[in-house]
Write a protein that binds this ligand. Structure first.
Ligand code: ADP
Ligand code: MG
Length: 182
C-alpha cells in the first residue's frame, strides 16, 4: 500500500514496499522471479519470520519451479531446476540456488564450501541471512531487507547496486504498485 523509489547517481537505487499479507509477499517474489535472468544474486535479510522464505517461494514460482520450496536450514543450500515458461523449451529453465546461512559460523566457510562459484554462475541465487557472510558479496546484487511491522505487515526495502540490478528493480516496481494497492 506504500511504495517509494529513490534513484541515486552512482548506479544504485532503492524501493520500499509495505506488504500486508504473506500472499502479497509471495506475489511480489513471483513478479521479481519473472524478471530474472541467469547469474542473478538476491540477498535477503531480516529476523526469523520476516518472510524471507515466503518471498523465495514466490520467486521460485516466477522461475516456473514447481517443487515445494522451504527453508534449507539444515543444509545451507538447496537446488531447484526451473522448467521454463509455457511455450519455451524446457532447457530454458533457470536453476534456483536457495541458500540459508542461518547456521553459518564463519564467513570464510563460504569459500571453503565453494559457494563463490554459484554467485558467478548461470543460475539464480537467493540467499537467506546474507549478513552472516559479512562482506563476502560481489559489488553488484539486489539486497532485500525485510522488517516485521506487525503480525501481517512487513517492510520490504530493496537496494540494487549496478546498472543491471537497477533496471530489474525499475521493471519490478511497475508491477509492485499493482500488487500492494489491490
Ligand atoms: N506480509 C507478510 N509477508 C510475509 N510473511 C508474512 C506476512 N504476514 C504474515 N506472515 C507470516 O510470517 C511468516 C514468515 O515466515 P518465513 O517466510 O518462513 O520467514 P523467514 O524465512 O524470514 O524466517 C509466515 O508464517 C507468514 O505466513
Ligand atoms: Mg527462512
Amino acid at each position: 500500500m506504500f511504495v517509494t523509489m529513490e534513484l541515486s547517481q552512482e548506479e544504485s537505487c532503492t524501493l520500499d514496499i509495505i506488504s500486508s499479507s504473506a500472499a502479497q509477499t509471495q506475489r511480489l517474489g513471483m513478479q521479481l522471479g519473472c524478471l530474472l535472468d541467469g547469474g542473478t544474486l538476491i540477498l535477503l535479510d531480516g529476523q526469523l519470520g520476516a518472510g524471507k522464505t515466503t518471498f523465495t517461494q514466490g520467486l521460485a514460482q516466477g522461475l516456473a519451479i514447481h517443487e515445494t520450496v522451504n527453508s534449507p536450514t539444515f543444509t545451507l543450500l538447496k537446488e531447484y531446476m526451473g522448467q521454463g515458461h509455457k511455450g519455451q523449451d524446457v532447457s530454458s529453465g533457470l536453476a534456483l540456488y536457495h541458500f540459508d546461512l542461518y547456521r553459518l559460523d564463519d564467513p570464510e566457510e563460504m569459500i571453503d564450501l565453494g559457494f563463490e562459484d554459484y554467485f558467478y554462475g548461470t543460475g539464480v541465487c537467493v540467499v537467506e541471512w546474507a549478513d552472516k557472510a559479512g562482506h563476502f558479496w560481489p559489488a553488484e546484487c539486489l539486497h532485500l531487507q525485510m522488517k516485521v511491522l506487525n503480525e501481517i505487515q512487513r517492510d520490504l526495502l530493496f537496494s540494487a547496486t549496478g546498472a543491471r540490478y537497477c533496471e530489474i528493480l525499475r521493471e519490478f516496481q511497475k508491477n509492485a504498485y499493482a500488487t500492494v494497492s489491490s
